[in-house]
Design a protein around this ligand. Structure first.
Ligand SMILES: Cc1cc2nc3c(=O)[nH]c(=O)nc-3n(C[C@H](O)[C@H](O)[C@H](O)COP(=O)(O)OP(=O)(O)OC[C@H]3O[C@@H](n4cnc5c(N)ncnc54)[C@H](O)[C@@H]3O)c2cc1C
Length: 527
């Protein structure tokens, strides 16, 4: 028996699990694949307020997200860090045509024909700087692209840009660290476990699961069910729990391309297209550039999203309107796509559908409630979890209050500006690490990195090497503590080392992981 059973191990399910476990509730979470295997590993990876949502007057969402950036940054300075965004200004700049701002401008400034005057962009950035309060992140400034290094990669027709702040987040690591922390606080996290049925029986939820690896089935009773199924939220509601509901989800696919590094500085670009959409070009994993995203309606959550050729071409063409050197399909080294499970607010276009979240509780018979999670951003996951708990705790006695603001995630218990010191200390204590390796370990594991390396005196002490600095010691950690079961989990979600590893290396890693070398205790990690 468990108090709360959560379906879905994306960021929302794991965030709710952590918060609920910390309030004294017993929690069980089932994820049918790997943690973050769906939308939560396929985002643009930004903790951001969402500058473009201001055009839709989504002030609540933007303010909450802006405020969250610094709260989250403090709790996880290893996997999240500040970023500067360069927004080149040109006189033909336009945002989406159907936004409330667009409609207002077409009445009061019809001669602009959808274009945005510089003062309006600056005003939007002023709001962005001030709506959520900032202590860590610097505010907006104007950049002369003729002289500043960020202008070098751009076409010469751009002379002026605005530069503002948001933050980077390692999305799939965020999910795993929430799951780890939930487990440390008593939650039972089950991966590769699909919920096949949930029904109300004698005032409880009877939840049936199947282990995707072994086929073993299990039945667990729960007082309250949370449906955090992301793109499957409606399917879980209707087909698994058989609850009638008018709430709808709008599935909107977003694709990204990863190219070889296109510019030589650490700032990101915010580009606006002639179609009113925006894309980002972001320095990625040292040697690459991440470009995205698109918005396309997607019908079936079971259909694996992929970046289509048309989307890849669209992103190349879009970025080429800004970069001096055109971006072509030959530059692309990897693509990925995810499906946004947006709350269906009846918007005309996929781009315009609200990015805010909606939490709906159904307790028609007064007992055995189900909480359904629609929409949301990675950025607002902690607030979403707090709001979910506000709806959940009235069904239980003796729960404690919200606690997650200001509590570090595993490995994140160090100052926001402490990454370089941690890296230097790690290199001092383990002198066989080069810069790339030490930085990678700190930015993935923070203060846990030294625990992984333990008493190693040389690279050989870390066991088999699988390429790109991955060793048996680290894989054992990922299997023992971070729910990794396959090479894919390791190279595309616990890390992004798949960008640097050959197919053979990944295959060898998988063979090692399936061989039981870890289970046989070849490498032991102190707990
Ligand atoms: C292209 C794109 C870019 C984005 N960029 C950003 C960004 O930069 N910043 C930001 O803040 N947000 C961004 N987002 C939004 C953010 O990624 C999502 O809001 C968030 O990841 C949704 O998380 P989730 O937990 O609701 O869903 P998911 O991560 O999809 O998790 C749902 C989980 O439920 C599991 N599940 C479903 N049915 C069952 C079942 N029957 N049994 C067991 N498990 C089940 C699935 O396997 C899945 O893992 C972006 C989204 C996309 C698509």
């Amino acid at each position: 028996m468990t108090d709360v059973f959560i379906i879905g191990g994306g960021i929302n399910g794991c965030g709710i699990a952590r918060d609920a476990a910390g309030r004294g509730l017993s929690v069980t979470l089932a994820e049918m694949n790997d943690l973050a295997s769906a939308t939560s590993s396929a985002s643009t990876k930004l903790f951001h307020g969402g500058l473009r949502y201001l055009e839709y007057f989504e002030v609540r969402l933007v303010r909450e997200a802006l405020k969250e950036r610094e709260t989250l940054l403090r709790a996880m300075p290893h996997i999240s860090w500040p970023k500067r965004f360069v927004l080149p200004y040109h006189k033909d700049m336009r945002f989406e045509g159907e936004t409330p701002i667009s409609r207002m401008l077409s009445v009061i400034m019809p001669w602009m024909k959808g274009r945005r005057p510089a003062w309006l962009i600056r005003f939007g950035l002023f709001l962005y700087d001030n709506l959520g309060g900032r202590k860590i992140l610097p505010g907006t400034n104007t950049v002369d692209l003729k002289t500043d290094v960020v202008g070098q990669a751009l076409q010469k027709r751009f002379s002026k840009a605005y530069e503002y702040s948001d933050c980077w987040i390692e999305d799939s690591r965020l999910v795993v660290l929430n799951a780890r922390d939930a487990q440390a606080r008593g939650a039972n996290i089950m991966t590769r476990t699909k919920v096949t049925s949930a029904k109300r029986v004698d005032g409880l939820w009877q939840v049936d699961t199947v282990d995707q690896n072994t086929g073993a089935t299990q039945t667990i009773f729960a007082r309250l069910l949370v449906n955090a199924g992301g793109p499957w939220v409606k399917k879980v509601l209707q087909d698994t729990a058989h609850v009638q509901s008018n709430e709808g989800v709008r599935l909107v696919r977003g694709s990204h391309i990863v190219t070889r590094k296109l510019f030589d500085h650490d700032k990101c670009y915010f580009f606006q297209g002639e179609d009113g959409r925006i894309i980002f070009a972001i320095p990625y994993e040292n040697d690459f550039t991440l470009i995205g995203t698109t918005d396309a309606d997607h019908t079936d959550p079971n259909e694996k999203p992929t970046c289509t050729d048309a989307e890849a071409d669209y992103l190349c063409k879009f970025a080429s309107q800004y970069f001096e050197k055109p971006v072509t399909r030959d530059d692309i080294v990897w693509t990925y796509a995810g499906v946004r499970p947006l709350y269906d607010d009846g918007a005309t276009s996929a781009t315009a559908a609200t990015r805010d979240y909606v939490l709906k509780i159904d307790d028609a018979d007064g007992v055995a409630p189900i909480l359904n999670v629609f929409g949301g951003k990675i950025t607002t996951y902690r607030k979403l979890a707090e709001h979910a708990l506000e709806k959940i705790t009235p069904y239980f006695e003796n729960t404690s209050d919200g606690w997650t603001a200001g509590v570090a995630l595993p490995g994140g218990d160090f100052p926001v500006d402490g990454v370089d010191t941690l890296i230097a200390n790690l290199k001092r204590d383990y002198d066989f690490l080069d810069d790339f390796w030490a930085r990678r370990l700190i930015k993935a594991y923070g203060t846990d990195a030294a625990q992984i390396l333990g008493d190693a005196k040389s690279g050989d002490d870390l066991g088999d090497a699988f390429g790109a600095t991955l060793t048996a010691r680290e894989i054992s950690w990922l299997m023992d503590k971070e729910y990794a079961q396959t090479a894919e989990d390791v190279v595309w979600r616990r890390s992004r080392l798949g960008l640097r590893m050959s197919a053979d290396e990944i295959s060898n890693l998988n063979t090692w992981m399936q061989s039981g070398a870890n289970a046989n205790g070849d490498i032991t990690i102190a707990s």
